[in-house]
Design a protein around this ligand. Structure first.
Ligand code: PBG
Length: 330
């Protein structure tokens, strides 16, 4: 036998052959598109650090929803950017809150489009933390309370389901949130509404542009007492394990790009559907380089999405979803 013994290039010799042996593909069915909704009238305002991503007031939302449906994107993730904020995030569970109003409207325009409601408090609290804060004047310290926050999250999730959300996606990283929300939903008659848990959410600098977009930067301190340390992967398995035990229907890893190993670890250890969240900072980095003409946006994005699938994700939340839908069509 002549050298080389193995000719791996044989299967790469034509596009048709490469297509035949391809192991992973990105399809429209994999995509969830985040949308920011706000109060006011006639607002479609670009987020400066996220070119191509906007805040929409409710009267400008229909056009956007129709475009998403026309592109064939199956699901959106709704983020509220409310005007009123207070210590107890009342606007998060107000039946007339911005997310609740948006959900009801979207269901009249596009009943088939899946609405994933991000269930968190940070956009709705005046201090910008994801839960209730207890201040110790004497010590000059502040603590984000776990169990008191759960009550507000449950109220938020139930009011989102009432308004028409198809999937509840708690992102605030309090302990026990899946169990508490599951119970709350069941008691309110929403036992068929699945929970997509942000199981493994790291305290990441990649959320920077989102916090500008959602006006949710914490006013003091950081989120490190509830979001995870980027250095840990065994802890990610523990987080996922507790969510599975508490009744989560889907698991998520967030951010995605710097955490491909974590996606793989969850894939190998759990059998629930797995979501990769391609977060705001990951979007902005690629956009900025693409706008400079330094990288080819389409091929970089499609390669990245394929990477998430290869790592083990079943679906991807990405600000590129509309672009990808257009590229896949052509
Ligand atoms: C709310 C929330 C955040 C993101 C999604 N939900 C911000 C945060 O935790 O600070 C980030 C999404 C992104 O960066 O695209 N807790």
């Amino acid at each position: 036998m002549s050298f080389p013994l193995v000719r791996n290039r044989r299967l790469r010799s034509s596009a048709a052959l490469r297509n035949l042996v391809r192991e992973h593909t990105v399809t429209l069915n994999d995509l969830l598109y985040p949308i920011f909704v706000t109060h006011g009238a006639n607002i479609k305002e670009e987020i400066s650090s996220m070119p191509g991503v906007y805040h929409f007031s409710l009267d400008r939302l229909e056009e956007e929803i129709r475009e998403i449906v026309e592109l064939g994107i199956p699901a959106i993730v709704l983020f509220g950017v409310p005007h009123e904020k207070d210590a107890h995030a009342s606007s998060a569970y107000d039946p007339n809150g911005v997310v609740q109003q948006a959900s009801r409207l979207i269901k009249t325009w596009a009943p088939e489009l899946l609405i994933v409601a991000d269930t968190c408090l940070c956009q709705f609290t005046d201090h910008g933390h994801c839960g209730v804060v207890h201040y110790d004047e004497a010590k000059g310290s502040a603590e984000v309370l776990n169990d008191a926050s759960l009550e507000l999250l449950v109220k938020t999730a139930v009011s989102q389901a009432e308004a028409g959300a198809d999937i509840i996606a708690p992102s605030n990283m309090m302990d026990g949130f899946v169990y508490a929300i599951r119970q709350g939903l069941d008691e309110a008659g929403y036992e068929q509404v699945p929970i997509m848990s942000y199981s493994v959410k790291y305290a990441s600098s990649f959320y920077g542009p989102f916090r500008e977009a959602a006006h949710s930067t914490p006013q003091f301190g950081d989120r490190k007492t509830y979001q995870m340390d980027p250095a840990n992967v065994r802890e990610a398995l523990r987080e996922a394990q507790s969510d599975v035990a508490e009744g989560a229907d889907m698991l998520m890893v967030k951010p995605a790009l710097a955490y491909m190993d974590v996606i793989r670890a969850l894939r190998e250890n759990f059998n629930l559907p797995l979501v990769a969240y391609n977060v705001s900072g990951e979007y902005s980095l690629v956009k900025a380089a693409a706008l400079q003409g330094w990288v080819d946006e389409k091929s970089i994005v499609l390669e990245t999405m394929t990477g998430f699938k290869r790592a083990g994700a079943d679906m991807i939340i990405t600000y590129f979803a509309k672009d990808i839908a257009r590229w896949l069509r052509n």
